[in-house]
Design a protein around this ligand. Structure first.
Ligand SMILES: [Zn+2]
Length: 132
């Protein structure tokens, strides 16, 4: 529980810095690694829409840049009732998580819903699916 509060704090702070001048939809994310390290990220939009990146992508990139590779939990927060990672981000989380990786969805009113990666992406694409 303490870790979830820390994740919430980091994600909230990152959300405030989100660059979302086009959608006005600010999102913050924070990942917890197997070594109990936390990394945050926010969405970064671009005038050329496809160039934008999700908050989860930023948090995962910060984690990898610091040498961590295992996600045990991730928290996403936005100004909406229940935000879930997009399909692209679920695949990013799956690359570094397990079926049991917890995905917390938070809103600005303090509500948090928790899912497992298995629930949200039961059949992710795996390295073993690549055939040469
Ligand atoms: Zn996404």
């Amino acid at each position: 529980m303490a870790m979830k509060n820390e994740l919430l704090q980091v994600a909230q702070n990152c959300r405030l810095n989100a660059y979302a001048p086009y959608s006005k939809f600010k999102v913050g994310a924070a990942v917890l690694t197997a070594n109990n390290k936390i990394y945050g990220g926010c969405n970064v939009e671009n005038a050329s829409y496809p160039c934008g990146t999700c908050a989860e992508a930023g948090a995962v990139a910060a984690m990898i840049a610091d040498g961590e590779t295992t996600i045990t939990e991730i928290l996403i927060i936005a100004d909406t009732e229940c935000i879930l990672p997009c399909g692209n981000c679920l695949q990013k989380i799956a690359e570094f998580g397990t079926e049991k990786t917890m995905i917390h969805s938070a809103d600005l009113n303090g509500n948090i819903k928790t899912y497992t990666l298995q629930q949200l992406l039961p059949h992710n694409f795996k390295a073993g699916d690549i055939k040469c």
